[in-house]
Design a protein around this ligand. Structure first.
Ligand code: BGC
Length: 907
């Protein structure tokens, strides 16, 4: 047995992060026991038993997923902690020491003053400071913030591995500074800081305004060095710093970067004081943003020179360049190739171009202050012959450990899963964004909440969302309760719509369910409430009671059942269903936090919304007035229908999809819950049918078209390989990648139980379908790996293997329709005699029936006319529609006979 995955605030050994709340977590691995009986946590300023400053003693109530540390921490101090665990099998062990380091105190004065450049707002500055150390010092700390973006070098070497710092946050509301550990040398040292424009100072968000934040270059840095004799040296930014014009001529999140190595570093000037609201400074919450992996580039064309990363990704291409002085090389980034060239028509106004002007020295080149969403690059002006080995694609995203993995017997399904994962990597650059390539790249809240469950299965994104929730909370306070549709808002000015605004409740709730860390709910609760109260205010003001009929609403964005982007579902229905959903999340959150009064209040509110919804949208007999796929998905998923009508709603959803030709029609609202709603209400066969469908519109259509990430539109690329002509057409948009959540939760059947969050209790309920031979899913929960594998041995027998992690329990719903089994940690294998599968009914597609000889024989003997074709048969979808056609002229007895015989056919 050993202890692993030791994290502080869901990060491994974080330095200089916000520690206003501290959650420690760890996992017990390879134990013979099933659960922890007692544990003990020690905290010390050095990794030594003798220096322990806090000790829990042996306790039986230490939660390994989220232990809330209550200890008055000293600023700028590294703390070490370790944990002792004893199991129910009598094993015991101490973990190794791990650490976290506190940042500056919130009210602590900076021994530094913010500075800027006198060279003008258009010249990218490089700030430098020389200093001499006459003694050796231990590792120093640099507390630093550079705006818009910065990179620091000590004695010519880049400090830290991070890129695009200080990342993207609501700069107008808070400013995150970073902490680095670095090692100055005895003697002469030079600190050098390059500044870029980025999100803060450059063109961003609006297509017309030059810079939403109207930012100017600012640098604030405090270098603290402690020498062996105990003396401390501090170098802070002030007018003693010098500034040079740097070689970066232009940088922009959308447009790219121009790096002219023949320019810059001419005359030095003295830095000047800059205005900076020091009260907004906060230690960082953002996980590190780094190059996470690299990929080779392949030359696919020499004229023009085009290279392919083999994968749509976010980041940049690094290249080795040995070209004569003055050579200008341009890299044009694109997601798609068409007619032998890169296709850049879907970037809208974003230029996505990196220009390099050589000074004649050989070096590795990459940009600093931008990133690109791309698979291909076209290279212009390359000197000599291009070699693939000279180019490397660098994949950039925030630090998040991979936790989820799914593999099946079907390569297309596996690719779909990978595509969702790659869209996560491509859009988790400090902020969860809609897309990484066109002139948008914004933290659209709707997209973020839709994908949140999938993201948390795929990776440990708790810390990533914690930072995003801070942005959301501050933006909400700024708006008096409403939530902007993009966060950080960057003055975009659109806010308070349903589904998008509901990110305020859904994201914290999902993060809690996956991590088991209630401190996240404690921090976010006021803002979750604030969002619901904001709707209550709005609905109250426009007199619509509990229906949310006002406001501008996006509706079922990009759904296929209307000729516009808003889809065909009534927007008040969607908004009210989400109002209900958010109010019930707030009620559940209040209960978790022990706030009984609020729990009752919001429970009542959700009941009131429910009653209003039912009386507005259901006939007295229980028919839903709006019968789009999305409307039916919402009511089935949320149980939002009159009591006793469950079967009717289920049938209505089934019928709707069948009559739509078994094609999904859903957009951003219906799609994330479509397969879940079908599976939950007993129509898993139909969920599988939609999931495995290959023709447009479907997930696998994209895969068959060669997608390597999830597209924004169901038809982003047409069957003939041409791009959809609409300008709003990204090939890396994760929203529909939320299908991976269904893959984890239903295909494999791994679900965290809401009543024992953080996978403390796991619901295992797989829905194996004979159309897929096998599936293996594993989720590294806060307690260790939970794995479900199923595999068809033949048409009848299914092998099911389940692994439950240490310290958890599970309820397994055996897919043979049999028992419910209670499990504790361990490995369990079952061979199950599965119920016969009856593939056909009157709701089947009549074309599929005619394709099957057994079904065809039934129809031929009772209804030969259907084989020859009755009038208007082509326009009908289900067998039920065909037999009920006035041209069918069948007796009720014959219809019954056909139904019975079709239903008897088994696979
Ligand atoms: C974004 C979406 C977003 C939508 C809302 C688009 O431009 O790319 O993903 O949610 O706008 O209207």
């Amino acid at each position: 047995m050993y202890i692993t995955q030791m994290k502080t605030n869901h990060l491994t050994e974080p330095s200089g992060f916000d520690t206003s709340t501290v959650t420690l977590s760890y996992t017990v691995a390879e134990a013979a026991g099933k659960r922890q009986t007692v544990a003990r946590i020690q905290l010390a300023p050095a990794p030594s038993e003798d220096q322990v400053c806090f000790d829990t003693g042996l306790r039986s109530d230490i939660d390994n997923a989220a232990y809330g540390l209550e200890y008055p921490l000293t600023p700028r101090t590294r703390y070490f902690w370790r944990v002792f665990v004893q199991t129910d099998a009598g094993e015991e062990t101490w973990s190794p020491w791990t650490w976290f380091e506190t940042a500056k105190a919130l009210n602590e004065d900076w021994q530094a003053r913010p500075i800027t450049t006198p060279l003008g707002n258009d010249v990218h500055p490089v700030f430098t400071r020389h200093f001499t150390l006459d003694k050796t010092c231990g590792a120093a700390r640099l507390y630093i913030l550079g705006l818009g973006l910065y990179e620091v070098y000590l004695n010519g070497k880049k400090v830290g591995e991070e890129v695009l710092q200080p990342g993207f946050h609501s700069y107008d509301l808070w400013l995150q500074y970073q902490t680095y550990e670095l090692q100055p040398q005895q003697g002469e040292n030079t600190l050098e800081v390059w500044l870029g424009d980025g999100w803060f100072k450059g063109r961003f968000s609006s297509r017309t305004a030059p810079s939403p934040y109207k930012g100017e270059y600012v640098l604030l840095a405090e270098l603290r060095m402690r020498c062996a004799d105990g003396t401390e040296h501090i170098i802070g930014t002030d007018e003693r710093w010098q500034v040079f014009p740097g070689p970066v001529q232009m940088d922009s999140i959308y447009d790219g970067e121009t790096l002219d190595m023949t320019a810059g570093c001419t005359s030095a000037a003295q830095a000047i004081p800059a205005p900076l609201d020091m009260a907004k400074l906060r230690p960082r919450l953002s996980p590190r943003l780094r190059i996470q992996e690299t990929r080779p580039m392949r030359i696919v064309s020499n004229d023009p020179l085009i290279l392919d990363a083999g994968q749509n990704l976010s980041g940049w291409v690094r290249f080795c360049c040995d070209a004569p002085r003055g050579t200008e090389i341009r890299l044009l980034y694109a997601e798609h190739m068409m007619n032998g060239d890169v296709f850049r028509g879907n970037l809208r106004t974003a230029q996505q171009t990196f220009t390099y002007i050589s000074d004649g020295k050989a070096r590795e080149v990459s940009p600093r202050f931008t990133f690109f969403g791309f698979r291909y690059i076209r290279v212009e002006g390359w000197h000599g012959t291009a070699n693939e080995a000279d180019f490397t694609a660098c994949v950039i995203h925030s630090d998040m450990e991979r936790t989820g993995c799914i593999e099946t017997s079907d390569a297309a399904v596996d690719r779909l899963f990978e595509n969702a994962l790659w869209s996560q990597k491509g859009n988790f650059l400090d902020v969860p964004t809609d897309c990484p390539q066109r002139d948008e790249r914004k933290g659209w809240t709707g997209d973020a909440q839709i994908f949140c469950d999938t993201a948390l299965f795929n990776m440990d994104a708790t810390a990533f969302y914690r930072k995003y929730m801070q942005d959301m909370a501050l933006e909400q306070v700024n708006l008096g309760g409403s939530l902007p549709c993009v966060v950080p808002a960057a003055y975009y000015g659109v806010n308070g719509t349903a589904v998008w605004g509901d990110a305020a409740t859904i994201i914290p709730w999902q993060v809690y369910i996956h991590s088991g860390d209630a401190s996240i709910l404690r921090v976010q609760y006021p803002f979750m409430k604030m969002w619901v109260e904001n709707i209550r205010r709005e609905t109250g003001a426009d007199g619509s009671g509990y229906l949310w009929s006002g406001g501008a609403q996006y509706g079922d964005w990009l759904a296929l059942d209307a000729d516009n982007v808003h889809g065909g579902t009534d927007r008040t229905l969607i908004a009210t269903a989400y109002y209900y959903y958010s109010a019930s999340i707030v009620a559940k959150t209040a209960a978790v936090l022990g706030n009984r009064a609020d729990a009752a209040l919001y429970d009542q509110l959700s009941r009131d919304i429910r009653s209003a919804f039912l009386s507005e949208y259901f006939t007295p007999a229980g028919r839903l007035a709006d019968h789009t796929q999305t409307a039916l998905v919402l009511v089935n998923y949320l149980g939002l229908y009159p009591e006793g009508t469950q079967e009717r709603q289920r049938q209505a959803l089934r019928r709707r999809i069948a009559e739509d030709g078994f094609k999904l029609q859903t957009g951003f609202v219906g799609t994330p819950w479509l397969l879940g709603a079908l599976t939950m209400c007993g129509c898993e066969d139909l969920a599988w049918k939609l999931f495995l469908r290959r023709e447009y519109p479907s997930w696998l259509y994209e895969v068959d078209q060669g997608a390597t990430t999830i597209w924004e539109r169901w038809n982003s690329i047409n069957p003939d390989g041409t791009m959809n002509k609409d300008g709003m057409n990204s090939l890396n948009h994760y929203a529909y990648g939320s299908v991976a959540s269904w893959m984890y939760r239903y295909m494999a059947g791994i679900q965290p139980d809401e009543n024992a969050a953080g996978f403390r209790r796991i619901r295992i309920a797989p829905y194996p379908d004979r159309r897929l031979g096998s599936c293996r899913a594993s989720v590294n929960t806060p307690h260790g790996d939970c794995t479900v594998t199923w595999c068809w041995l033949d048409e009848r027998w299914l092998m099911l293997d389940v692994r439950i992690p240490f310290g958890t329990e599970a309820v397994l719903f055996l897919p043979d329709g049999g028992e419910r089994v209670h499990l504790i940690a361990g490995a369990y294998t079952y061979t199950l005699d599965m119920p016969e599968f009856h593939p056909f009914s009157m709701m089947s597609d009549w074309r599929e029936l005619l394709d099957d000889p057994r079904a065809k024989a039934v129809i031929e003997s009772h209804f030969p006319k259907a084989i020859r074709g009755i009038a208007f048969q082509k326009e009908l979808q289900t067998m039920d529609q065909v037999v009920r056609s006035p041209f069918a002229t069948l007796t009720r007895e014959t219809v019954d006979l056909i139904r019975r015989e079709l239903e008897e056919i088994r696979d």
